[in-house]
Design a protein around this ligand. Structure first.
Ligand code: ZN
Length: 300
């Protein structure tokens, strides 16, 4: 599958797609010696070793950048770019119209619970990708290391929330969240009670220009289906489920990422529109939202 699928999905009349105003671009840092192959002279932000530029994913240069990445790797065994990340911006109207949102936890910290005595049963984890180990003790974190946000996660994927967050969840009767005390006062571990399935339309890969499923001995797409890729590149696509209407917080059944040192494949989190509204109204910090596409089954 080629990366231009990302664009094709957005441009098509894809079933379940809820919005069409989204501004999507790739934030790209191109090595300066190759920048002239894609950019006009003086285009972008010259930062010495590389040039930073934003390219909309519906710009023909998005596809050209993918071709250049392949070509430069084949010809010179070199990298065209240093960094590439997809960014999306939504209008207020688009965000408000979504049934389900991808809840992104932007703040990541160390050390992990694993390094501070949190116990895991690794024997139940997938032997290929390392996903779905079982936490068998309360989360224990190093005191003084939790960022001053209402939500944050460790590099090992452990999610912590503030007391303010926990109080809001109770007061507003939000469903589907499980909060457990941890060893640090006024913080809780957050987990989700309900899983939903990512659909195969969810695009994952190493980066927007390389959708490889393995690299240098690491497997990013587990044959058992529990881990689907290294990074999420498109908005999430999920299969419709009754639990979407019944819960304010859900988690993907499939994981994204890799087992590497303390890193583990992690699920992605979703929230209802009413949960997003509560987060905005209460000014809870540490959240970002993207729209999730629900794939409805066609009636027979
Ligand atoms: Zn696996």
């Amino acid at each position: 599958m080629s990366t231009c699928v990302i664009r094709r999905l957005y441009n098509s009349e894809f079933k379940g797609r809820l919005h069409n105003e989204m501004d999507e671009k790739v934030e790209l840092r191109i090595y300066k010696k190759y920048a002239h192959l894609l950019l006009q002279p003086n285009e972008g932000n010259d930062l010495g070793l590389y040039v930073a530029v934003d390219i909309p994913t519906n710009d023909p240069r998005f596809d050209k950048a993918r071709l250049l990445t392949e070509e430069i790797r084949k010809k010179y065994n070199d990298f065209f770019f240093l960094y590439a990340e997809i960014k999306r911006k939504y209008s207020k109207k688009e965000l408000e119209a979504a049934t389900l949102l991808h809840l992104k936890i932007k703040t990541v910290f160390e050390p992990t619970g694993e390094e501070y005595g949190t116990l895991y049963d690794e024997t139940v984890a997938c032997e290929i990708c390392g996903a779905n180990r079982k936490q068998v003790s309360p989360l224990t974190l190093k005191k003084g290391t939790i960022p001053k946000k209402d939500i944050a996660r460790t590099i090992g994927g452990e999610v912590v929330v503030s007391e303010k967050f926990a109080n809001v969840v109770k007061q507003r009767n939000l469903n589907g969240l499980q909060l457990n005390p941890i060893n640090v006062d006024k913080y809780y571990q957050l987990t989700a009670n309900t899983e939903i399935e990512l659909s195969p339309n969810t695009i994952v890969g190493i980066n927007p220009f390389d959708l490889s499923t393995s690299s240098e001995g690491e497997i990013y797409k587990c044959p058992k289906g529990d881990t689907i890729g290294l990074n999420l590149l498109s908005e999430p696509y999920v299969l419709d489920s009754q639990s979407i209407g019944e819960n304010d917080f859900l988690v993907s059944k499939q994981n994204i990422g890799v087992k590497r040192g303390l890193l583990r494949p992690e699920p992605i989190y979703f929230c209802s529109q009413s949960f997003r509204e509560v987060i905005e109204e209460e000014k809870l910090s540490g959240f970002e939202f993207e729209i999730t596409n629900i794939e409805y089954r066609l009636p027979y």
